[in-house]
Design a binder for this molecule. Structure first.
Ligand code: SF4
Length: 727
């Protein structure tokens, strides 16, 4: 941290103010850009951001990193513990979802919700939390409790939170939003390689002859990573872009394949068919580094490009060309996003990509690799730290007796051998009365989970809910106790980006009012429940986490420095860590190739619901909008939700650009503006997920992938019709 004590220009008042500059990270996406925030010390707010020369960004920032920092100083920050008033029971939503005259939409109607709570002291609030959780544990057993952690928290917070749920609440019912983004990729990678981390870093694309970008939109979702991919394309890397909604990066592609939603397996199996048919295989790699090739070859024998075209809509000639480009490349890299993972067959989609990389020998060398682009800034680290119901830190299974014994020894308590429930399973269990108490830290499932009406019932049915967050979220409307936490800008901790780079965030601002550090609150709740959890600093927490997590074992806060390290890192004093892994061997031994067969999505369009809806993010906003919709610049740039509709469909429906429309699925209806766009294929529509007043997840299907347990956010059947004018 640099103390400048210099005079700088205040953006708004133009007065001379005392500032200080702090080297830290951007709080948003998994690229993990290094940034210096300059803060107005007297007014405790950030005045501007400067890109730092980090390993992932080389000084570059996108609009969120550069302008999206002011949420931390928003007047709606929570500053005192809150306890729900007796007259606010029975529990339910406290403010309306829809847009109303005089209320331009946006996050929770703060001033309408706040009167349903009273301020409390920290001592009272924390004791209520401890007593209520203990009471449920004693009356209904440990598995009646559950916790959602957050991929926006640090590694240390994730480690402590899963430890609290397992060692203190006594259950493995702990999960986080990896379940909603890359759980299927993780399932496929763990199954195949014994590791779920990326095999090479984004910037290694510069050494690839071919890069496949499928089901991702890096220009909007990983903007700085996209700039390096575009640089590579300009220098000769040939991009194959595959998507059902044309991303801007397709402008740089050698080949763009517009694919019908939910048909990825057919396309990739046809590419495998061509690669095997034309002997574009790396025989030595298959023989020495993999198993299961014969089953894959058998599964794709009949999947000709012509057969696949009938399913996925991609012309057979283009499938042939993509397969040849991949098979003939010396080095090829695979990027994918949630267009692959967020399907009821997301694990099969990822299995196909793994097979394509392995049979062509494209893992473990410069310019080759498997890179599922991680969404949140610390979804990689939160998963590594064990915020997953089936595994302890480092993906060690909770149902392995030797692993259980080790953690029981380390943590000093008996632990449950039963894998816990996932995010969507916990919500269902809450609705059914099987989960009765929850601790939600930094997540907002009311907006982020599929089928919001179901989530509403689940949250309202809980006997006790404690929410720890920085704002009154939609989820906090159902809380019994709300604990005001620190934002990213106010705390220290380590974060692991999509490249496996572990980097330090540093406090830039003071927490507002009585808001406290998340890690301290977790420890204090544990202690009040009778379990000692005392650490002097987050560095101490990191050391305990690293001691039980082999891939982090050599690291320490001190060794991470200002630039961080990739894991694995043999010696952080002398090495930056490994940008490319598995050059010689995979953790599980030979990589497992898994045969897949095309299976249609869980629900299909019909006469009543003829279109396919896909949901996702836009450049300016982040997930449930809690932060970015309270950022003046970002909210100004993108204030409203809209539904992208192909002009062909719009003409048939008599809908024009900018018109208000109703979008209805088998679960609900929302009203928003139509935006005509050639980017979406005819028969498909796209809605961003950030907007409470046009909540895309009122529409989505809660059905999940059988292996990754991830919902199919990228596929549900809807109809679109003109909205009647308001009277
Ligand atoms: S690319 Fe991601 S990490 Fe980098 S500035 Fe943008 S949002 Fe932040």
């Amino acid at each position: 941290m640099k103390q400048l004590d210099a005079q700088a220009s205040d953006e708004t008042s133009r007065q001379r103010v005392a500032t200080r500059a702090v080297d830290t990270l951007c709080p948003y996406c998994g690229v993990g850009c290094a940034v210096t925030y300059v803060a107005d010390v007297d007014h405790n707010r950030i005045v501007h951001a400067i890109g730092r020369d980090g390993a992932a960004n080389a000084g570059r920032l996108c609009v969120k990193g550069r302008y999206g920092h002011d949420y931390a100083s928003h007047p709606q920050r929570l500053t005192r513990p809150l306890i729900r008033l007796q007259n606010a029971y029975p529990k339910g939503q406290l403010s309306p979802m829809e847009q109303r005259p005089g209320k331009p939409g946006g996050p929770v109607e703060h001033d309408a919700v706040l009167p349903h709570f009273r301020e409390a002291s920290w001592d009272e609030a924390l004791q209520v939390v401890a007593d209520r959780l203990l009471g449920i544990r004693e009356s209904h057993g440990s598995d009646a409790l559950a916790g959602f952690g957050s991929a926006k928290g640090s590694n240390e917070e994730a480690y402590l939170f899963q430890k609290l749920v397992r060692a203190v609440l006594g259950t493995n019912n702990v999960d986080h939003c990896t379940r909603l983004c890359h759980a299927s990729s993780v399932a496929a990678l763990l199954e195949s390689m014994g590791s779920a981390a990326v095999t090479n870093v984004v910037r290694d694309v510069a050494r690839a002859d071919v890069a496949i970008l499928t089901g991702c939109n890096p220009t909007e979702n990983h903007p700085v990573a996209a700039t390096f991919i575009k640089d590579a394309a300009a220098a000769g890397t040939r991009l194959i872009v595959i998507n059902s909604r044309r991303p801007q990066i397709a402008d740089y592609a050698a080949l763009y394949l517009p694919i019908r939603p939910g048909t990825d397996v057919a396309l990739y199996n046809a590419m495998l068919h061509v690669i095997i048919r034309d002997d574009l295989l790396d025989h030595a790699f298959i023989r020495e580094r993999t198993e299961g090739f014969e089953a894959v070859a058998e599964a794709v024998r009949e999947v000709t490009p012509a057969a696949a075209e009938r399913i996925c809509g991609v012309p057979a000639a283009d499938i042939e060309q993509a397969a040849r480009m991949l098979g003939e490349a010396n080095a090829a890299m695979f990027f994918w996003g949630m267009g692959i993972s967020q399907h009821t067959r997301g694990t099969d989609n990822a299995r196909c990509l793994i097979s394509l990389a392995m049979v062509t020998g494209n893992v473990g060398r410069p310019g080759t690799g498997l890179h599922p682009l991680r969404g949140q800034n610390n979804v990689q680290g939160a998963s590594d730290a064990g915020l997953i119901p089936m595994v302890y830190p480092d993906y060690q299974r909770v149902d392995d007796p030797a692993v259980q014994e080790r953690f029981e020894r380390d943590w000093g308590v008996p632990l449950s051998p039963r894998p816990g429930l996932t995010v969507t399973e916990i919500i269902s269990a809450a609705r059914d009365g099987d989960v009765r108490g929850m601790y939600i830290l930094g997540e907002n499932p009311f907006i982020s989970d599929p089928d919001v009406n179901k989530v509403r019932e689940g949250l309202a049915n809980l006997d006790f809910l404690v929410v720890q967050d920085i704002f009154l979220t939609e989820t906090a409307e159902f809380a019994d106790v709300i604990l005001p936490a620190s934002s990213f800008m106010e705390k220290a901790g380590s974060y692991t980006n999509t490249d496996r780079r572990v980097q330090l965030g540093a406090p830039v601002l003071q927490p507002p009012g009585e808001a406290r550090q998340d890690w301290e609150l977790i420890c204090e709740i544990a202690q009040r429940m009778g379990y000692p959890m005392a650490y002097d600093s987050v560095a101490d927490v990191f050391d305990e986490f690293a001691a039980c997590t082999e891939s982090y074992a050599s690291l320490s806060h001190a060794a991470l420095g200002l630039r961080g390290r990739w894991y694995p890192c043999s010696n952080p004093e002398t090495s930056d860590g490994e940008p490319i892994v598995f050059g010689d061997a995979f953790p599980r031994g030979p990589a497992m190739l898994v045969a897949t067969r095309f299976t249609p999505a869980d629900e299909q369009p019909d006469g009543d619901f003829p279109l396919v809806l896909s949901t996702g993010r836009v450049l300016e906003h982040w997930h449930t909008g809690t932060m970015t919709r309270r950022s003046a610049a970002l909210d100004t740039l993108a204030p409203d939700a809209s539904v992208e509709l192909n002009p062909t469909d719009a003409r048939k429906l008599g809908i024009s650009d900018g018109q208000q429309v109703r979008v209805t699925s088998r679960r609900g209806t929302i009203t928003l503006m139509a935006e005509l766009s050639e980017a979406v294929l005819p028969g498909t529509v796209f809605i961003p997920m950030h907007f409470r007043e046009a909540c895309a997840n009122l529409l989505t299907n809660p059905a999940v992938d059988p292996w990754g347990k991830i919902p199919g956010f990228k596929f549900c059947a809807v109809r679109v019709e003109a909205a009647r004018e308001a009277a």
